[in-house]
Ligand binder design. Structure first.
Ligand SMILES: [Zn+2]
Length: 168
């Protein structure tokens, strides 16, 4: 009688499926579910075909900063918001590719220092990495050091190019 046997196997498979799914989920990297922040774009002054995407809470200050820097002879562009996948890609590039490297290694042990996924101000849309701001002797850095606080941005001392609402 193959029929009852078959039915038993089907029932067992049905019972096992959610347990297998649960096990697979438990093996995923421990990530917080992050709701993307509200985002808007500030047009670069180096070229109008590019823009910097940031949190709507920051965008008007950033637009004003870009306009005032341009009036002072300094054209700027850079990178703002990063989604979680982009932050993981930066961790892989700067910290290494193992699970530990990506999710656990302290930011200070990466080159350059890079926040753990879920903890970067870029993921909140509240940080900008300005191009042409690689050192403290650049025109970019010296202007920002003088004026960025007017627009609510503070520098992270270990990274001349990184400016955020907290300095972190
Ligand atoms: Zn940055």
């Amino acid at each position: 009688m193959p029929r009852p046997h078959h039915r038993t196997r089907t029932i067992l498979a049905a019972l096992a499926a959610p347990l297998i799914a649960l096990g697979a989920a438990a093996c995923q990297p421990a990530q917080q579910k992050i709701t993307p922040p509200p985002l808007a774009k500030a047009t670069c002054t180096t070229t109008s075909t590019r823009s910097i995407t940031v949190n709507t809470a920051l965008v008007q200050d950033l637009r004003d900063l870009l306009a005032d820097a341009k009036a002072a002879g300094l054209k700027l562009c850079g990178g703002g918001y990063r989604d979680p996948a982009a932050q993981i890609a930066v961790r892989k590039a700067n910290c290494g590719t193992t699970y530990y490297d990506i999710y656990e290694k302290p930011a200070s042990e990466c080159t350059p220092p890079t926040a753990r996924p879920g903890t970067s101000m870029h993921e909140k849309g509240l940080a900008v990495d300005f191009e042409s701001c690689d050192t403290r002797t650049t025109a970019c850095y010296t202007w920002l050091a003088k004026h960025a606080s007017t627009y609510g941005l503070k520098n992270l001392p270990s990274e001349p190019w990184h400016w955020s609402t907290t300095g972190g």
